[in-house]
Design a protein around this ligand. Structure first.
Ligand SMILES: [Zn+2]
Length: 292
């Protein structure tokens, strides 16, 4: 990875405040920017939807498949090479494929998109993480005073949270999961659930990094620029929800989160039950689709 490139970008990005209007979204009707030139064709759009009533007879007809698309902006060549060399997507796909039954293939893609985003596209059954989002996270952490190396490491942690948020959208759509309340919040909870229950310390670091990014982004966004009609929760709420999931998962181990600057006691007291309910809900929803 050429970090000097990111250093230059960090300076630029501080001058030009990045507005993240639709990070981690689910795309059902509209194609994201720049998709026509570098996209996965909807080859599986005729695949049947799973039968919700057929809970005990799920058959495995698909896999999470990694698709490497060509980078169109050369400044992302290095990060693209590193992700391919370290097989980050392949490792994620392997873990997911070992765990979950799928009724059709779901594509996992990293590429430059022309926008700061990560998204699930229900038409092409694709989860895409844009290199611009990774660059954004790096810039966010650098703007908060982290060293080049720490910002870079934390960027990967935050991206893991964003990636699993999009996997949450993919699972909700693919399995026709019932969601009461906001799907965006459910996707955040799915990411926290998978991170905290299955990925050990890496998972905790992912949720912590996302919480930090939400907090820093909220400081960088003036209140009159916030769109209260947006389907996502406010960054401040995502910050507290993420911390609540971590603290609730183990109140002894993560007691250090209990702090007025982080998680106030008034909220923290409810977090063990909140975490348990989230974990039970996602466990039950995914149970019919788990491989033995
Ligand atoms: Zn989302």
């Amino acid at each position: 990875m050429n970090r000097s490139q990111f250093n230059l970008l960090a300076v630029l990005a501080i001058l030009i405040i990045v507005t993240v209007s639709c990070v981690y979204r689910s795309s059902r009707n509209s194609a994201p920017n720049n998709q026509s030139a570098n996209t996965i064709k909807p080859e599986e759009t005729d695949a049947p939807k799973p039968d919700k009533a057929d809970d005990n007879k799920k058959s495995d007809k698909g896999d999470f498949l990694v698709k490497h698309l060509e980078v169109t902006n050369s400044r992302y060549n290095e990060i693209d090479r590193q992700i391919k060399d370290e097989k980050l997507l392949e490792k994620a796909a392997d873990k997911l494929n070992q765990s979950l039954i799928l009724p059709y293939d779901i594509n996992l893609i990293t590429k430059d998109c022309g926008e700061v985003n990560a998204f699930y596209d229900a038409n092409t059954h694709s989860v895409t993480v844009c290199y611009e989002l990774m660059e954004h996270f790096y810039t966010v952490f650098r703007s908060d005073g982290l060293s080049d190396e720490k910002a870079y490491d934390k960027m990967f942690d935050a991206v893991r949270f964003a990636f699993l948020h999009e996997i949450g959208h993919a699972l909700i759509d693919t399995y026709n999961l019932p969601i009461t309340g906001s799907e965006e919040d459910a996707a955040d909870r799915c990411s926290s659930f998978i991170n905290l229950t299955e990925l050990g310390e890496d998972g905790v670091n992912a949720v912590l990094a996302a919480a930090d990014a939400f907090a820093i982004e909220s400081k960088n966004t003036s209140s009159n620029k916030r769109n209260l009609a947006d389907e996502h929760l406010l960054q401040e709420q995502r910050f507290y929800n993420s911390l609540c999931m971590i603290y609730g998962s183990n109140t002894t181990k993560y007691a250090y989160i209990l702090d007025d600057q982080y998680l106030p006691k008034e909220r923290a007291v409810k977090c063990p039950q909140e975490y348990e309910r989230t974990a039970d809900s996602w466990s039950n929803l995914l149970a019919p689709w788990r491989k033995k």
